[in-house]
Ligand binder design. Sequence first.
Ligand SMILES: [Zn+2]
Length: 313
Amino acid sequence: MIYTARGAIHKGELGVTLGHEHIKWETDEFWANSMYFDKKYQVENIETDMKHIIPIMLDIKARGGKSIVETSPPIGGQNVRLLKVLSEQTDMHIIPCTGWNMTKQLYEVFPDHFEEQLANRWIKDFKEGLGCIDGIVIRPGHIKLLLDKGALSSVDKAMLIAAVRASKETSLPIHCHILEAEMVHEVIQVLNGVNADYNKFLWAHADRDANRETVELAAKKGMWIGIDNIRKGTSAQKFELLSYIISLNYGHKVLLSQDYDFYSEGKESMDHHPCTSIFDEFIPYCVANGMNRQEIIRIMTENPANFYDVDAI
Ligand SMILES: [Zn+2]
């Protein structure tokens, strides 16, 4: 099953999916915490947020998109009440997440049993739901981590270990933001150390520092690879990476997306937003350069359906 803001769906229902987007990033951590921990959602904000986000989602839908993966973690203000209403009003699927949910400095205060306690919280989010809204229990469909740049910090290492524990218990996939290819080597060491299932691990933003040797290593390990910054004006570069991955016979484990923030783009302009660039620019560019359109649609449909599919609980 795939867990969405309207409940569980069968993987065959997912359709064409943007595998890494942000519905609305909330920078106010107090407000983000009160949504995640206290389940308090300000209804009046939801009304105005919807006005900016719904037209963008409908533009995506008009081009054949059916599902969006929300990658704002709890501390980024993921608002499951908003996700549910958006999903209902557009008849699109949105896959929420659990994951990074607190200031990382807390690790300095509570290093003992950190991994275990964090994993337990994420497991609880899955088993009990992130929230129960209008009688629907909304469960996370993935575990979202954001690793900082530079050498892998102790807290990021602990978060990775916690995510693997929670993933083993729940079967949820791990969606891991890594901006520098060099870090992937350190991440692999940690994952090997806890006997992680690479089929449950996504290197998100692999296209930000598209080092071919590291991409090949990631493919050898069996991890999923995110080409998820397919933004306006980037088609040539992203096409080249996708072609390379397909040449490795690894096209079945790539997730494609744009990494836009729908709320802020919609607020800026609802008529000239870039949130459909993948359909308007990238796919036509790939087709003009010899790629089969059906193959790209298959990548955007079957791959996320396989990655986000979680054994029923
Ligand atoms: Zn992102």
